[in-house]
Design a binder for this molecule. Structure first.
Ligand code: SF4
Length: 575
């Protein structure tokens, strides 16, 4: 099937199917969303206004049987950060969209009337329908009301109440293979979908398939690639304990932000650790190892049941557990899982919202450790859009500004995730320089700072951190374009067969002759393109800085501060 661009104009409610411009042909995933936004979106536009566009793109290898290739990229100008934004997640939609012959969906304009809509995507294009029945519903009810009619075989993207209310932490949820959710969580993309008044999107490839130029070569490369992934010890640890395996490891390093970033270790870390979580899952008949999409050979996801054995949530990630656990001092996994489920249902970023709760705790809105009150605020305030709910739902910066708190862990107004930049300095460089605001996935230096993958760079020293973050940000931009899950990075860095096999997969899929250098050049190109958009939107080097408390409040137990000069940070861009 030949790939096309599907375009949707929400102002005049028309759709079209277009040829892929030559300049876009070599792009997929993040590379394509950022290329289209840089080309078609005015950088100074209001993110929730008529001139922003929402772009949805499967990766270059999505829809094939390549291991771990089912990530879907969604991009726009972010209402949270004001920067260009790409957020990707697993679930079934990337593979189905690729099988429908869709290289990207571009959604533009705002409806003239105060009505809601849904989009239905098939290989023939997009159909717009008015939607009344599901407005006000949470994500789980939306999926439950649509999926069974289609034998659970279609893809669904949906926004919850947070997206409908255009909260700047609202995410876009993607149905996973078990009827659960994966989230394109960061940067408020759900608010952009809400501004265009689209409640949900269905994807039905109607039996379509992705063509492979050289099937034999593709099969051989995938065998090598999958073997490298499955054999790496970090992949195996992720399969055994999920990403939550990191609670004890990061706590031990002294870089687990605790009590709104005032300490680097959480006394109750064992209670929320991956090891404790897996014990509970096994006792309650859940599933400790699970896919977020078909073809994953690492399986870091899980199904977490409540004390009665009923499914509570799936894919409970380290970052969510850390943020509600250590950062808000809640030492109760059931309470954290409950809050995680509510956030999935409302459709709101669990990192942004939980870090916002930590700032609200510092302001005295609720007590540190009060997980029951977190759940109440989510249910009674955020879901209903009360004044407090909107303050929280608009993110960590919003809570800090509203309550006069100065310890507000954000960069470019996006909450800093689970690694304190004072004790793990490479992450500080990534948070400061990322084109997307503070985001650990943009250049995950934990690999080499803590896990000793791809070498070793002392997390407490300044030496080597800028090069490390730069190399990882370049590699990540390229990986995000393939549709691959970022957890392939461990094997890519350590196993010399892995990256050549990934390049072979691309070459066999498209009958091209890329080299490893070409892939790295692609990563550099994407980073520079995104930065150019941000500069045109008004960002300067002064925005590539951490909040001042990281420079003057030493973090226990190492009693360290973030000590990079402005010039040192700015040298990141010397490539
Ligand atoms: S490793 Fe985890 S996040 Fe990556 S594809 Fe597998 S289940 Fe999804």
């Amino acid at each position: 099937m030949v790939d096309k661009i599907f375009r949707v104009n929400m102002t005049d409610l028309t759709t079209s199917v277009e040829e892929v411009p030559e300049a876009w042909a070599g792009h997929g995933g993040r590379g394509l969303t950022s290329t289209i936004i840089a080309e078609e979106v005015e950088p100074t536009c209001h993110p929730l206004g008529k001139n922003n566009k929402l772009v949805i793109a499967p990766g270059l290898l999505s829809g094939t049987v390549a291991a771990n290739s089912g990530r879907l990229s969604i991009g726009a100008k972010s209402p949270l950060t004001g920067t260009i934004k790409e957020s990707n997640a697993g679930g079934t939609s990337a593979q189905l969209l690729a099988k429908a012959g869709c290289k990207a969906v571009i959604i533009e304009g705002l409806p003239k009337e105060d009505k809601w809509y849904s989009l239905a995507i098939t290989p023939a294009g997009v159909t717009i329908k008015e939607e009344t029945e599901r407005i006000g519903m949470g994500n789980f009810d939306v999926i439950k009301s649509i999926s069974p009619e289609h034998d659970n075989k279609i893809g669904i993207l949906t926004i919850g109440q947070a997206g409908e209310m255009k909260m700047t932490s609202a995410n876009i949820s993607i149905q996973d293979p078990d009827g659960g959710l994966r989230s394109c969580g960061r940067g408020g993309l759900g608010a952009v979908m809400g501004s265009k008044k689209i409640k949900f999107i269905t994807i039905d490839p109607e039996g379509g398939k992705v063509d492979i130029a050289d099937p034999a070569k593709f099969k051989a490369a995938n065998r090598t690639f999958a073997k490298a992934l499955a054999g790496h010890p970090i992949s195996q640890a992720l399969g055994a304990y999920g990403t939550n395996v990191l609670v004890n490891i990061i706590n031990e390093s002294g870089g687990l932000p605790t009590k709104n970033f005032t300490q680097g270790q959480f006394a109750d870390h064992e209670a929320i650790s991956g090891e404790t979580m897996v014990d509970l899952i096994n006792e309650r008949g859940g599933k400790a190892k699970h896919n977020c999409h078909a073809g994953c050979v690492i399986q870091c996801s899980q199904i977490y049941n409540d004390a009665k054995g009923n499914k509570l949530t799936s894919g409970i990630e380290f970052e969510s557990v850390w943020a509600m656990g250590a950062d808000c001092c809640v030492a109760d996994l059931d309470c954290i899982a409950e809050a995680d489920r509510i956030m999935d249902d409302i459709g709101i970023d669990s990192i942004e919202t939980s870090v916002a709760m930590g700032v609200a705790m510092e302001a005295g809105v609720l007590e540190f450790g009060d997980g029951v009150e977190i759940c109440r605020i989510l249910r009674d305030e955020v879901t209903k859009g009360t004044a407090l709910g909107r303050i929280v739902g608009n993110g960590t910066g919003s809570v800090g500004r509203s309550f006069g708190v100065t310890r507000v862990p954000v960069v470019k107004n996006q909450a800093i995730p689970a690694y304190d930049p004072r004790a793990i300095k490479g992450m500080g460089i990534t948070y400061a320089t990322s084109t997307q605001g503070a985001d650990h996935t943009m250049g995950y230096t934990i690999t080499t700072n803590i896990l000793n993958v791809g070498g070793q760079v002392d997390p407490l020293s300044k030496e080597g951190q800028i090069e490390l973050s730069r190399n990882l940000q370049i590699a990540t931009a390229a990986i995000d374009s393939t549709g691959m899950c970022l957890f392939i990075a461990f094997a890519v860095l350590d196993d010399e067969t892995c990256l050549p096999a990934l390049v072979d997969l691309l070459n066999a899929r498209f009958d091209i002759a890329l080299t490893i250098d070409d892939v790295m050049s692609l990563g550099k190109h994407i980073l520079k393109l995104e930065r150019k958009f941000n500069i045109a939107a008004g960002f300067t080097a002064a925005d590539d800085r951490l909040p001042e408390f990281f420079y003057d409040e030493p973090l226990a137990p190492h009693n360290v501060v973030f000590d990079f000069t402005a010039e040192e940070i700015d040298s990141f861009w010397n490539f």
